[in-house]
Design a protein around this ligand. Structure first.
Ligand code: HEM
Length: 532
């Protein structure tokens, strides 16, 4: 084993040296071309500034630097140049108004060929695959939102509450599975994939993250010969397995469509119907076209799991830590819904619930660094040269903590959306706050790359969050021996590009025996339509 390690190191040395030399030359060049206006932390030869960046919570250091250097500053890491923005207006100027120059994606070293596709639309550069997939997904999402996702979310919430009732200690895993089931039902009517979908999403996010494989930061290691390269081997196997799963699910759905057995409320149905409308009545496709379409649906299936599960888990945490808000939201739900479960039809009547949900995503960002944009051509902005390849990060963690917009930013304050006088208050309360429009849309990104999931986030967060509060009380867990409240770190996360909190102690109890019976009954009523 030791011998293999030494060999790997030996093979890595030349590429590390060449890369260090390149980075030194690039550092010399960049320091020589003075006239820079953007400030930033002190840089060091070759490495730039990495020694005090914790790769498990980089967003916190970026916020600290924003407090020192201002709302737009530069830094670099091992030769890669970064511009970090923590001001909404500046991000808008650069990433929206000049969006035609700043909508690329940087290479993530531990993945293969993601810029050219067709696997992950969110990680592609702006090429034909990206255009086609984005257009299709956008239209499908908008159409499904018009029908509030055909009641799929409501029926899955009934199952979610039932499993929480039976085994509340597993709320973390169940929340992720719940989100996975909704996505896999909508994609191709196979809710049984819920857990696998969550696991696959988690693993993919790990590969994409700075906190993931070391090659994402020590990129030269990626070039070690294949036979001795554990990172390439792992990624090849991971991606192949994921693609095979997507292709198989796609082909099964196609056969079901041809057999008249695929529900209309699936994205796969919409896709096959579209093919037929274009004259392809038998749905014969080339392998390349099938790969393209299975990736488009497969990624849509995958991307909606942790993105929603993370904020939902944080919502349960926020309710546990803020019992006064839990009570206000429950009183509102009881007044409007009484003995029945909340549905999307209740959205206008439950502003307190929406404010609690919205504040959760501000207090504990789901995507704390934002998703990086890459500058596609040399440009100049506010007198500063920005070279092609520079990575722009609109740091969501910092943006959510701008005190002029979000006073008392470290604390959970849903009233900022409910009470006149707060900078984020918007009327009418039957409409605001929400996740689709209005203040705080920086959470979903910028310009040509904005998130394609806002509509389902709005419905799913609401129905799931309100459903849990309708059925359960959430309390701090106490030590069974001492009776003391068990403390936990509310910022402890998976550290991925998309955050989930680590499982935390939480006591989840049905609000009454009657409520428990109603939860079981409401699940029983839909059990036949679910694949359990
Ligand atoms: C609260 C949950 C979510 C948050 C906070 C969120 C946030 C984001 C952010 C910040 C981006 C990057 C935007 C940019 O580059 O400027 C993004 C992209 C994207 N999101 Fe979401 N998202 C969420 C949920 C979802 C869901 C549920 C789906 C789909 C089911 C989805 C689909 C996508 C896609 C496809 C992209 C890539 C767009 C592109 O690169 O062209 N997101 N999201």
């Amino acid at each position: 084993m030791e011998g293999i390690r030494l060999l790997i190191l030996y093979l890595a040395v030349p590429s590390l040296l060449i890369s260090a030399l390149r980075q030194f030359l690039s550092w010399r060049k960049s320091t020589a071309s003075s006239g820079k206006k953007f400030p930033g932390p002190q840089q060091f030869p070759v490495v730039g500034r990495v020694h005090d960046l914790n790769r498990f919570c980089m967003w916190k250091k970026f916020k600290e630097w924003a407090d020192i250097h201002g709302p737009i500053y530069r830094t670099s890491m091992v030769g890669q140049h970064f511009i970090i923005i923590s001001d909404e207006k500046i991000a808008e100027e650069l990433l929206v108004k000049r969006g035609n120059k700043y909508a690329g994606r940087p290479q993530i070293r531990a993945l293969f060929d993601h810029k050219t596709g067709p696997g992950y639309v969110a990680l592609m550069d702006r090429q034909e695959y990206w255009k086609e997939q984005r257009k299709w997904v956008h239209a499908a999402m908008a159409d499904f939102h018009r029908h509030h996702f055909y009641g799929v979310i409501e029926s899955e919430v009934r199952r979610f509450l039932a499993v929480l009732l039976v085994d509340p200690a597993k709320f973390h895993a169940y929340t992720r599975e719940h989100c996975g089931r909704i996505m896999s039902r909508l994609a191709w009517d196979d809710a049984t994939q819920g857990k696998e979908n969550g696991d696959s999403a988690d693993c993919t996010l790990g590969q994409m993250s700075v906190s993931g494989p070391i090659v994402n930061t020590m990129t030269p290691l990626w070039y070690i010969p294949w036979a001795l390269n554990p990172w390439k081997k792992f990624e090849r196997a991971r991606e192949d397995q994921q693609r095979a799963w997507w292709l198989n699910s796609f082909q099964v759905a196609k056969q079901r469509y041809l057999d008249d057995d695929l529900p209309e409320n699936t994205w796969a149905y919409r896709y096959f119907k579209g093919l037929q409308q274009q004259g392809n009545s038998t749905l014969q496709q080339t392998a390349k076209d099938e790969e393209f379409a299975s990736c488009m649906l497969g990624f849509q299936n995958l991307v909606g799991v942790i993105t929603i599960a993370g904020p939902l888990e944080f919502f349960l945490m926020a309710m546990t830590l803020n019992p006064e808000w839990q009570k206000k939201a429950q009183d509102e739900i009881d007044r409007v819904c009484g003995d029945r479960l909340p549905t999307t039809a209740d959205i206008p009547e439950l502003p307190t619930v929406r404010a609690c949900l919205k504040e959760t995503l501000r207090w504990r960002s789901g995507v704390p660094l934002g998703v990086p944009h890459q500058c596609e051509v040399d440009d100049e902005f506010r007198g500063e040269k920005i070279t092609k390849g520079t990575v722009i990060l609109a740091c969501e963690w910092a943006m959510n903590r701008v005190p002029e917009k979000y006073p008392d930013p470290e604390n959970y304050r849903p009233e900022r959306y409910l009470v006149k006088g707060w900078p984020t208050y918007q009327e009418p309360l039957s409409r605001y706050p929400n996740f689709r429009e209005g203040v705080g849309m920086h959470t979903f990104g910028w310009g040509r790359r904005t998130c394609l999931g806002q509509h389902i986030v709005d419905d799913e967060m609401f129905v799931s969050g309100a459903g849990v509060l309708w059925g359960f009380n959430l309390n701090r867990k106490r030590c069974s021996k001492t009776g003391e409240v068990i403390d936990f770190d509310s910022e402890a996360t998976n550290a991925h590009v998309i955050l989930e909190p680590l499982p935390f102690p939480c006591d989840i109890q049905p609000r009454s025996p009657e409520r428990a019976a109603q939860i079981l009954k409401s699940y029983q009523d839909v059990r036949n339509e679910l694949r359990v």
